[in-house]
Design a protein around this ligand. Structure first.
Ligand code: NAD
Length: 318
């Protein structure tokens, strides 16, 4: 039977799509060496975020025709190498927008209401914390978005409707968005916002987009939320900003190195809320993306063009 490599087990609904058609080969670990060893006879790859599909892996898998991401970010695929080799790169845009937007609101509220500190205080018998006046209300505050594509625009809508927030945003590629004041610089957004939330893809242009300079423009009582990719924020600069209390706190679903080291200084702060890159991992979402990513592989290997092809233009497809 023809083989499909899966970088890490996917939801059973996705496995069902392959059943009887392709033999799944699940990577036992996330090292490049293991992938190189197992890729020689596979025709498709279903890729989660645990490994990067490098040119070396593609060289070792001469029969690979399609790489399908169970998500929207394709920063863990060498797309240039794939396109050069005629390999289709697929993703699942939009399918995780609801889950990531919901998680963003959960993180925003947990920062505003200081839930991490409050929970810790109750467990430690520090009932007096209720008088500390640490929580703030969100109603009417300003949300500053960096990137207003599928996720960012949904966060904008939810925050406007749920909390009557004023929403401002920086996204040089978006010319109009209902109910959102678009700013021409990132500086204008971060200097006015009470909550800054990042929703850009990771690429050369967005590497350390939020650096020491940008952080220094944030208000001392403002919060940063990152559910995009770790390296969009200069983590060292963020730690310094937290140390100097030049911002009020941060919520991070993503890190520069994943998983982060237990020694990461970010874990010392009570005003930092973290999640293990789990924004898109709700039960509903993992099922949807697993089925869509697996279907893309089956479609292409059976001669049909998948719904979402990321490198369509590079491959000259319609
Ligand atoms: P999208 O492509 O719909 O939107 C991205 C937006 O960023 C676009 O509007 C684009 O114009 C804008 N942008 C690009 N470069 C920019 C720049 N330099 N400055 C400002 N804006 C810029 O993508 P999406 O579905 O909204 O997802 C956004 C990102 O969120 C993904 O690329 C992915 O990395 C991340 N993500 C994370 C998780 C998670 O589990 N934490 C899940 C899904 C997506």
């Amino acid at each position: 039977m023809r083989k499909v490599l899966i970088s890490k087990a996917i939801n059973p609904a996705g496995m069902k799509v392959l059943e009887g058609k392709f033999e799944p080969v699940i990577l036992p670990d996330s090292s490049e060496e293991t992938a190189i060893r197992l890729v020689s006879d596979v025709e498709g790859v279903i890729l989660r975020t645990n490994i990067r599909v490098t040119r070396k892996i593609m060289d070792a898998g001469p029969h690979i025709k399609v790489i399908s991401r169970t998500g929207v970010g394709i920063d863990n695929v060498d797309v240039a190498a794939a396109t050069e080799k005629g390999i289709l790169v697929c993703n699942t845009p939009g399918l995780n927008a609801i889950s990531v937007a919901e998680q963003t609101l959960a993180l925003l509220l947990s920062l505003a209401k200081q839930l991490r500190l409050m929970d810790k205080s109750v467990r430690e018998g520090n009932w007096k914390m209720r008088y500390a006046e640490r929580a703030v209300d969100v109603e009417g505050k300003t949300l500053g978005l960096i990137g207003v594509g599928r996720i960012g625009s949904l966060v904008a809508l939810k925050c406007r409707l749920a909390f009557n927030m004023k929403v401002i945003a920086y996204d040089p590629y978006v010319k109009h968005l209902e109910g959102v004041e678009l700013c021409s610089t990132i500086d204008q957004v971060v200097s006015q916002a009470d909550f800054v939330s990042i929703h850009v893809p990771y690429m050369e242009e967005t590497h350390h987009l939020v650096d020491a300079r940008v952080l220094s423009l944030m208000k001392p009582d403002s919060y940063l939320i990152n559910t995009a990719r770790g390296a969009v924020v200069d983590e060292k600069a963020l730690i310094e900003a937290l140390e100097h209390e030049s911002i009020a706190g941060a919520a991070l679903d993503v890190f520069e190195k994943e998983p982060p080291s237990p020694e990461n200084p970010l874990f010392r702060f009570d005003n930092v809320v973290t999640a293990p890159h789990s924004s898109a991992l709700s039960r509903e979402c993992v099922m949807k993306v697993a089925v869509t990513a697996a279907q893309a592989v089956v479609d292409f290997l059976e001669g049909r063009q998948p719904k979402y092809v990321y490198n369509k233009d590079g491959l000259g497809l319609k």
